[in-house]
Design a protein around this ligand. Sequence first.
Ligand code: FMN
Length: 306
Amino acid sequence: MSWVSVLRERESLFRRAPSAHNTQPWTIDYRADEIVIGADPARSLPDSDPTGRDLALGLGAFTETCLIVAADAGLSVGCDLSDPRRIRLVPAARPYETIFHRADVDARRVARGSYEEGLLDLVILAALEPGITHVRSRALAGDLAVADRWMFGTPPVARELRDWLRLDPRDPRYHRDGLTDRALGLGRTEARVLSGALHAYPLTRRLGLPHLLAASGRNLLRYDGSVLVLTGSERDLRQSGRRLLRTWLLLGRFGLAVHPLSQLLDCPATAARLADRVGATPLAVFRVGHPVHEPDRSARLPASAT
Ligand SMILES: Cc1cc2nc3c(=O)[nH]c(=O)nc-3n(C[C@H](O)[C@H](O)[C@H](O)COP(=O)(O)O)c2cc1C
């Protein structure tokens, strides 16, 4: 069996890669001796991610996940990122060198509920790759409220979020993609209220919906916890996505979960303040900690038929 077929058999595993709003924006083209990864425009987020930052980070994270799964299967596979429009998985002289295995890929998940109090251990901070800055969660609590109000108060951004929410288990897309009520940690009533409010959006916006929704996340950073900021060049986003995935897997090895807060980067005012604070270009920001409750497993599209 060719390496392409062996890796293809593991598609449902590397599909566990993370993506903003769980859009799973990658296309996978299996060829005789290479796998070409592209971006599906129908699964991009033109309003919430106009610069394509999260799309490129997601494609990088997906590539890193593929390489880990390939190495775990004993395959010698590398990647070629020279073309900005596509990524090629190609034969290599030896398996990709990584400390991670399929179990890390399978166990990884975002946790959006409460975390236990406490800052990250210095040993863990020292083990992280360069370009990751630690910030105390409380220091960003005020800006998160500003960013949330901006997000819910910017109609195209709120509408795009609504399109990727899966708040009703009867939704045929519930087990395929997007953000479910369970992934967001919402009870049935909260999910119904959010769903109703977002569907009547133009009206509820005028009635103060942005303030109401932002208020629900008010306490998210009001505890003694850690936030990490991945910094780097905006020209190298796919490589940074690979670094982001490795960082999340490493934290997972220590039993730690992450919760990205991209609105802090999307809202121009809070993005500028975060850049000043860390003295570099922030590409991703996420809180880190021991979740109080085990998070749900997110949905994925099925693997393509062989
Ligand atoms: C680049 C990027 C940005 C993300 N931004 C956010 C975010 O702002 N808020 C959030 O709750 N999750 C965010 N996520 C997490 C995704 O929503 C999550 O990966 C997806 O729903 C799949 O869930 P899982 O990672 O638990 O498998 C982001 C993920 C990526 C890769």
